[in-house]
Write a protein that binds this ligand. Structure first.
Ligand code: SF4
Ligand code: SF4
Length: 470
């Protein structure tokens, strides 16, 4: 059964719920949500916020559990150090993550936005709650916005925005904690802000951005700025589970009256679902780009249904086919192929993670040089070697020549010691007996050994004169 769109006001497709006819922004005052889904969402948000705020303090073997230091290009995930050299693992991880989001959206719509996105969680569970506490519910908020400035309004606005600023500052600190690490952040506090002007500036910039987002931009982030929101139209199909209005049951809508027509649907057109919507849309118009699947309208409508003694779920998690044909969510070709690709990518990622080397070595024959004749008549080639130590321990390194026959001589003549979480570079000569050189280019195999353990086998080449050098 197709929806009869002739009965639906299609204006919503050309207009945004938060803009007037001249394109001026209409401030949204959503009614305070309450109900079963809101309770679940509150618990889940507190769980996520606890994780988010505690994240920078959590350590594993003295190292942060999660550090995303883009400035120094150093990343620690679950206690493992990652370097730009691990880009391949990151690429697979990012691909898997994007695919996971796509697959998840195909199946469950924009649940991420309403339930797990930090923007929604901070907005709905912190900033909006402060607003309800200071300004009251939507009706009082509208009244306050419309009234002239007086001492009460100035006081309310000042307290609210001061709290918004403090909260933005706390979020910015947490955000910075993930970037520079909690120890660096503590230094900023103990040494006084002016000892680290650069970091203080970043902190104030982050604070201002968060304040602007949560105090002013709000739903505009979800509607215009977030690329995921803009792309969801490409990912959803008629089998995707989204927050949906059951128009088969609800239409024709109409007020609850004694003389209502017999074929009247269950929707009593009370508009409570619209009033609670944080993006200002009417879900009864169908799935829309602005819907973040926050489920506030489900709670609002369920409450109405209970009051008028009708079954709950006029607005519920459902797919279009679920509403029109009663079809259940099932595995189709698209979902099945996404799942297979996702599993494949995830297996590759796990394999790369497990087999990831603790020391990454780059060996290069020094460019622009062919060979050198040593004072004893032997022939040498010069090599540059770089070690990336991805562990939290200092590692002694030994370079062992496997083939051809010859001798390795370090330029600075001392043992190589690679400091923890750092990069070390050195050069060495590979010296061979001139008579042993039978080819212009001879393959070279060397082993990198640390604490008696083979770390890596490297290959290169040795250039030399075929004829004996006088
Ligand atoms: S809350 Fe339910 S009954 Fe009220 S307008 Fe929305 S869909 Fe109709
Ligand atoms: S339509 Fe419902 S689920 Fe979608 S954003 Fe509005 S209140 Fe949330």
């Amino acid at each position: 059964m197709e929806r009869d769109n002739s009965k639906v006001n299609e204006l919503f497709r050309d207009e945004l719920g938060n803009l007037d006819k001249k394109g001026k922004r209409l401030w949204i005052f959503p009614k305070k949500p309450k109900g079963q889904f809101y309770n679940y969402r509150t618990w889940f948000s507190w769980f996520l916020m606890t994780l988010m705020f505690a994240g920078p303090y959590l350590k594993f073997e003295g190292k942060p559990l999660l550090l995303l230091n883009v400035l120094e290009r150093k990343f620690i995930i679950f206690g493992m150090v990652f370097w730009p050299q691990d880009l391949n693992i990151f690429a697979i991880l990012m691909l898997s993550f994007i695919l996971f989001i796509v697959l998840f959206t195909v199946l469950f719509g924009r649940v991420w936005c309403g339930w797990a996105c930090p923007q929604t969680i901070f907005m709905e569970m912190l900033f909006r709650k402060i607003e309800y506490f200071i300004d009251g519910d939507s009706t009082q908020q509208k009244k306050l916005a419309d009234q002239d400035w007086n001492a009460k309004k100035i006081a309310k606005r000042s307290i609210k925005h001061l709290l918004f600023w403090v909260l933005s500052f706390v979020i910015a600190n947490t955000f910075l904690g993930y970037i520079i690490g909690i120890d660096q952040l503590k230094l900023l506090i103990y040494d006084g802000p002016f000892a680290h002007v650069g970091k203080l500036s970043s902190l104030l910039i982050f604070t201002s951005v968060f304040y602007f987002v949560f105090a002013h931009l709000r739903e505009l982030v979800c509607i215009f700025i977030c690329p995921y929101g803009r792309l969801q139209g490409l990912m959803l199909d008629k089998n995707s589970m989204v927050v949906a209005y059951d128009f088969v049951r609800g239409e024709p809508r109409g007020k609850l009256k004694k003389d209502a027509p017999k074929d009247k649907g269950d929707c009593i057109d009370c508009k409570l679902c619209v009033n609670v919507c944080p993006t200002g849309i009417d879900i009864r118009n169908g799935t829309q780009l602005e819907c973040i699947n926050c489920t506030a309208c489900i709670d609002a409508c369920d409450e109405v249904m209970l009051k008028i003694e009708k079954p709950k779920g006029l607005i519920r998690f459902a797919s279009f086919n679920n509403i029109t044909e009663g079809k259940k969510l099932g595995l189709n070709l698209r979902n099945g192929s996404y799942t297979l690709v996702l599993l494949g990518l995830f297996s590759v990622f796990l394999y790369m993670l497990i087999t990831r080397k603790q020391i990454e070595t780059t060996l290069l024959r020094t460019p622009g040089m062919l060979f050198q004749k040593q004072v004893d008549g032997r022939i040498s080639n010069l090599y540059s070697i770089e070690f990336v130590n991805k562990t939290f321990n200092e590692l002694p390194i030994e370079i062992k020549l496997v083939e051809p026959k010859g001798e390795i001589k370090l330029i600075d003549g001392i043992q190589i010691l690679v400091h923890k979480e750092s990069i070390s570079k050195t050069s060495f000569f590979l010296i061979r007996d001139a008579k042993a050189i039978t080819k212009i280019t001879t393959p070279v195999v060397i082993e990198i050994i640390s604490n008696g353990k083979l770390i890596e086998t490297m290959q290169s080449s040795f250039n030399g004169p075929v004829l004996p050098v006088e």
